[in-house]
Design a protein around this ligand. Structure first.
Ligand SMILES: Cc1cc2nc3c(=O)[nH]c(=O)nc-3n(C[C@H](O)[C@H](O)[C@H](O)COP(=O)(O)OP(=O)(O)OC[C@H]3O[C@@H](n4cnc5c(N)ncnc54)[C@H](O)[C@@H]3O)c2cc1C
Length: 455
């Protein structure tokens, strides 16, 4: 048995090695720091999770559920005195059923592995965060993760049919459906999706799966102005068969990518759009139409992939973006989503805000969704820069809200963005959310301080 030297603790797999434990202390969020006093359990099965939540209820111990620790908002970072409950080991893919159109898997399944298992049955599980190689299904459900193909297929919430959850105190609850339809409601599944570990621990996920599309092909358009790129996005969104990927990169993002390696972007363009088509039987035809739209909107250059290899090569630069930005120094990453037509204002006014605070910024992301990740270059060791960075961050949140948007399109709120939540939620909404949480978690032990649960 591995457990800290305390006989009162339940007999579950505690991580006792201090170095290993420290690794579970933080997620991928800006400036994340683990406290010194937290424990980690790496659950093997539901019984372990039930034991830990019973113990937590009996002793008033906070619980931080954790998946792949790729979260960018501090939702999975340990808090003082908490038990970090890792569900990474709960990684069984139980079923992929082409007849039912459903798949069932544990919360610790890595998203890329899950997508591969579905593909083996010629099925498609669309959600595809750029972190798919290391994030988990449970983490994606808890954050309502998005990704690169939401523009056509939607977000994680659109694919969750049901859940199995362990609640504070150890009760187990099953929500949603394992059938093609279900009208016995209300359905609590939606409450759990995006709840960021504040209600219960997700133990099993039932997802919708759909017929596999054709392998996608890619086009890259580069633009002399931001306005031209924005016009192309609007035109593509109006197409009756919209692209399955529509990504935006601004000049600074392209420069960062090109400084990592030559990914083939021309120098000096104001913006680039990457577009993909995957409609069965119509990929080449759709892509040719998208390419014509890019040209008509004012693209200087349009490159169209003829095969999967070329398609991957065109997308490689976008995939390298996070690494390219990290290579330039620590990044404070925003995640605002605005109405599509407001994108140019988000970019230009966002740049003005950051410039006024002396902070460098790149603007990129899921342009087709109006969901950008302005990335602020902020050194967490420089208190003055950190203060200016957060001020710029807050003003950009205000800008997104003024434009009719939200402070998070897909990363969630966690602890990092909790101080800004009051700018989006009014008192009436916050009070009712907290009242709902109290029904499940009267002692407030689930992920305290994350999102709406923060004081
Ligand atoms: C390079 C990079 C690229 C990214 N790209 C994208 C992207 O394109 N789209 C996107 O949406 N996100 C993206 N992200 C953010 C991140 O990958 C997502 O938020 C992801 O959903 C987190 O999953 P995880 O398994 O790592 O969860 P964690 O980071 O471990 O946890 C995230 C949240 O989920 C909760 N949680 C985890 N497991 C459970 C569970 N079993 N039960 C209850 N609550 C749980 C945690 O408490 C926490 O609040 C990216 C991150 C990185 C580092």
């Amino acid at each position: 048995m591995t457990r800290p030297n305390r006989p009162d603790l339940p007999d579950v797999p505690w991580i006792v090695d201090a170095d290993v434990r420290a690794g579970y202390g933080v997620d991928a969020s800006f400036g994340a720091q683990a406290p010194t006093d937290f424990e980690v359990v790496r659950a093997r099965d539901e019984a372990d999770v039930v034991e830990v939540l019973r113990y937590a209820a009996a002793t008033g111990t906070p619980i931080v559920p954790q998946g792949g620790r790729t979260g960018l908002v501090g939702g999975a970072t340990a808090t003082p005195g908490a038990i970090v409950l890792s569900t990474l080991g709960l990684n069984d893919i139980v079923d992929v059923d082409p007849v039912q159109g459903l798949a069932v898997a544990g919360p610790g399944v890595i998203v890329e592995e899950f997508k591969k298992a579905c593909a083996a049955e010629e099925l498609f599980y669309p959600p595809d965060p750029a972190s798919a190689a290391s994030c988990t299904l449970g983490g994606n459900v808890a954050t309502n993760a998005g990704g690169l193909c939401c523009v056509k297929y939607g977000v994680t919430a659109d694919y969750i049919a049901g859940l199995r959850v362990v609640l504070p105190g150890g009760a187990v609850m099953t929500t949603g459906r394992r059938t093609a339809k279900n009208s016995v409601g209300p359905d609590l599944t939606g409450l759990l999706v995006g709840s960021e570990g504040t209600i219960g621990v997700i133990m099993q996920v039932v997802t919708k799966v759909i017929p596999a599309p054709d392998p996608a092909l890619t086009a890259l358009g580069t633009f002399p102005t931001l306005t031209a790129a924005a016009e192309a996005i609007v035109a593509l969104r109006r197409d009756p068969h919209p692209p399955c990927l529509l990504e935006f990169l601004d000049e600074a993002s392209i420069a960062a990518i090109q400084s990592l390696a030559d990914y083939g972007f021309p120098q000096g363009c104001a913006a680039a759009l990457l577009v993909q088509a995957d409609r069965p039987g119509h990929v080449t035809q759709d892509l040719a139409r998208y390419a014509a739209m890019l040209t008509q909107a004012g693209a200087d250059e349009v490159a169209v992939a003829d095969d999967a290899q070329e398609a991957d090569a065109l997308l490689a630069g976008r995939r390298a973006l996070h690494v390219a930005l990290e290579a330039q120094g620590p990044q404070l990453i925003e995640d605002m989503c605005v109405p599509i037509r407001a994108l140019p204002q988000l970019v230009t006014r966002g740049r003005e805000i950051t410039a006024a605070h002396g902070i460098e910024v790149t603007m990129s992301g899921h342009g087709g969704d109006g969901n950008l990740h302005p990335s602020l270059g902020v050194d967490p060791r420089d208190p003055d820069q950190v203060e200016r960075g957060w001020r710029a961050f807050g003003e950009m949140v205000d800008l997104a809200l003024e434009l009719g948007g939200t402070l998070s399109g897909e990363h969630g709120v966690g602890r990092l963005k909790a101080p800004f939540l009051r700018r989006q939620f009014d008192n009436a909404q916050l009070q009712r959310l907290r009242a709902i949480k109290a029904v499940f978690d009267p002692a407030g032990l689930m992920n305290p301080g994350a999102s709406y649960s923060a004081p």
